[in-house]
Design a protein. Structure first.
Length: 139
């Protein structure tokens, strides 16, 4: 009987150690998961920077944003406006800065600025009107 009892005690001790090891590992995983969630939450939230078309021209001629920010072209005029990058008519400097058609009065168009640099843009509806020409700086 002594032998059996000894074996059971050793076996029970072994299970306790195995259980403790598993429990420790589970705690590490939970801590890592929590840390990853914190890291994800630290990611910067993109800003929305507005460019407003008014009847008298652009409300601001130079717009500075961080890469990843949204640039929102708002048409507060009574006529359509069509933002497009330089040079006219090819718009090849920053092709993403082009909604593909005019923004109707009272509407808006948004894109994510990802290409760092200084980008000139104009109103494709009035490409030579300096009141509707501007510069987008993406840092």
């Amino acid at each position: 009987m002594k032998k059996t009892l000894s074996i059971l005690i050793v076996a029970a001790a072994g299970l306790a150690l195995i259980g403790a090891g598993c429990e420790k590992k589970a705690d590490d995983t939970s801590a890592n998961t929590a840390q990853n969630a914190i890291e994800i939450n630290k990611a910067p939230t993109p800003n929305v920077v507005a460019v407003t078309y008014n009847p008298t021209g652009l409300a601001q001629k130079t717009i500075t944003v961080q890469a990843g920010d949204y640039v929102e072209f708002r048409n507060s005029d009574l006529v359509p406006h069509w933002p497009a990058s330089a040079p006219h008519p090819t718009h090849t400097d920053y092709p993403e800065l082009n909604p593909g058609s005019a923004i109707p009065a009272g509407e808006l168009w948004r894109f994510t600025a990802t290409k760092k640099g200084m980008w000139k843009f104009h109103d494709e509806s009035n490409p030579t009107d300096v009141r509707f020409q501007g510069v987008l700086i993406v840092q």
